[in-house]
Design a protein around this ligand. Structure first.
Ligand SMILES: Nc1ncnc2c1ncn2[C@@H]1O[C@H](COP(=O)(O)OP(=O)(O)OP(=O)(O)O)[C@@H](O)[C@H]1O
Ligand SMILES: [Mg+2]
Length: 476
């Protein structure tokens, strides 16, 4: 027999940290949520070395006095709920009383806080133990510095993804937090550079522009309604802005960002005829509901929530999304409506024709028609003979031959053709470009425009030049 022992606090905290503190972005989420729960009006997040060197979150909320600072890092210590029945009426983002002890078990911590009526006080922790403390100087509010994240958990450290992936996860979580509270001003600084800042004045258009970029609200539609006991306030971004993942369908229940497949699916269905296959909209959906009808205690990271009558709600939401999009000035549909009946036995050239004439991703046409002609022979070698039989859902071209049925996603095919063309022409197009008199704005998000800027050199080699989200030159 092996004897059973109760774990010591440090071990229990480190194990719990595995659930709560997955990566630097999850630390940021917990710390910012604490600041929001403290009624802060201004929250600044500073990140150094993708959060591994340090993460600093500063707020101007109600703060903590010396005794509460001591208690904050104890396991199951919370000021937000006190009894089991409180779980049915959660109005704060935190309630589990485990974020701070979990973070303190995998990093070194300094926390300085001041309330309205007490002096500022600081504590320092290492290995979950207080190693220094005393009177400090600061404004009302709280500043927490998390240093050397994962210094004592090498396995977790090793599983960190690339710098790009971690920074991306940080910006993504920051975006959700900022979007969740339009009346709080948020600032994200990475390695001393201000990445994003919101004004916190409750102006949704301004907020969306700060997060996604200047043009994002062009053609935006508002959806205000009640479905059952749920008050819905939605902002539907024009479908000319598309994403290839569904992560920008932002759903907030009582100002908590949540991931909910059923509701996001119902929004996608509402957008359906406006979007190409595998493209997703950008949406803000604020749902207000009696807290007793939501269960947020489903997952340690509190990012999932169960709504009473969720499916019924989703079912009723779809037509409202569609009606809103169809109201007023209709967005341009991104799918091809008509079937090309004239193509009975098309050649490869016909496929290319379709590819070149439709407006992919709604970005301005970045190419001239000429390359299509140059390209037919090499591409024709790669494809077997097949007979065209029709178009499915405006997207898939159907072909048949002795081997059976072939489906070709024409958007993907067009992208591939363009990709191969530019791949073959790297370094050859620099002199042969067309300089735009007026820069052509691209309908892309800040993140994508950052990606363009990161690859500026490579793009210049194939004849493209950008300035942020504006196209300056393209190959002839
Ligand atoms: N920025 C802050 N300002 C004021 N009080 C804070 C701040 N951060 C933490 N606290 C206090 O410390 C307590 C513990 O924080 P912690 O994040 O560990 O737990 P929680 O927020 O109650 O629950 P959860 O684990 O779900 O986040 C909080 O309940 C709150 O009283
Ligand atoms: Mg918390």
């Amino acid at each position: 027999m092996k004897n059973i022992a109760i774990m010591d606090m440090a071990l229990a905290n480190t194990i719990a940290a595995g659930e709560v503190v997955e990566r630097p972005a999850s630390v940021i989420k917990e710390l910012v949520e604490n600041a929001i729960d403290a009624n802060a009006k201004n929250i600044t997040v500073e990140v150094y070395q993708m959060g591994l060197e340090s993460i600093i979150v500063t707020d101007d909320g109600f703060g903590m006095d010396k005794s509460n600072l001591h208690k904050a890092f104890l396991r199951h210590a919370t000021s937000k709920i006190f009894k089991v029945s409180d779980l049915n009426d959660i109005r704060s983002l935190g309630f589990r009383g485990e974020a701070l002890p979990s973070i303190a078990s995998v990093a070194k911590i300094e926390m300085i806080s001041r309330t309205e009526n007490s002096d500022a006080y600081f504590i320092k922790l290492e290995d979950s133990k207080i190693v220094d403390e005393g009177i400090a100087v600061s404004n009302q509010g709280t500043k927490i510095i998390v240093k050397e994240l994962f210094y004592n958990t090498p396995a977790r450290f090793k599983y960190m993804k690339s710098e790009y992936a971690e920074k991306n996860a940080i910006t993504e979580i920051f975006d959700k937090l900022a979007l969740s509270h339009p009346h709080i001003s948020f600032k994200l600084i990475m390695d001393d550079k201000v990445i994003k800042a919101t004004l916190g004045q409750g102006n949704i258009a301004q907020l969306l522009q700060a997060i996604y970029g200047k043009n994002i609200t062009d053609g935006m539609k508002r959806l205000e309604t009640n479905i059952g006991k749920i008050q819905v306030d939605g902002y539907l971004i024009d479908p000319k802005f598309v994403r290839s993942r569904r992560q920008d369908i932002n759903i907030f229940i009582n100002h908590r960002y949540i991931k909910n497949y059923v509701i996001s699916q119902s929004i996608i269905e509402g957008y359906q005829t406006f979007l190409m296959t595998n493209k997703y909209p950008i949406v803000l959906l604020y749902l207000t509901i009696d807290p007793s009808l939501v269960d947020v205690n489903v997952h340690p990271q509190k990012m999932e929530a169960k709504l009473a009558n969720e499916r019924l709600f989703a079912f009723q939401l779809t037509p409202k999304v569609r009606e809103t999009l169809e109201s007023g000035h209709m967005p341009i549909r991104q799918t091809i409506q008509e079937v090309r009946k004239d193509l009975f036995k098309p050649t490869i050239m016909d496929i290319f024709d379709i590819a070149k004439t439709e407006d992919i991703d709604a970005t301005p046409q970045m190419m001239e028609d000429s390359f299509v002609e140059q390209y037919d022979e090499s591409a024709a070698d790669k494809l077997p003979f097949f007979e065209y039989i029709g178009t499915l859902s405006g997207t898939y071209l159907l072909y048949q031959n002795d081997e059976g049925l072939f489906l070709m996603d024409q958007h993907a095919a067009a992208e591939r053709i363009r990709y191969e063309y530019y791949e073959h022409h790297v370094g050859k197009l620099t002199k042969d470009y067309y300089e735009l008199l007026v820069p052509q704005p691209l309908y892309i998000t800040n993140q994508d425009s950052q990606r363009l800027m990161n690859n500026k050199r490579l793009l210049m080699e194939i004849g493209f030049e950008f300035d942020g989200p504006n196209l300056l030159k393209h190959p002839t």
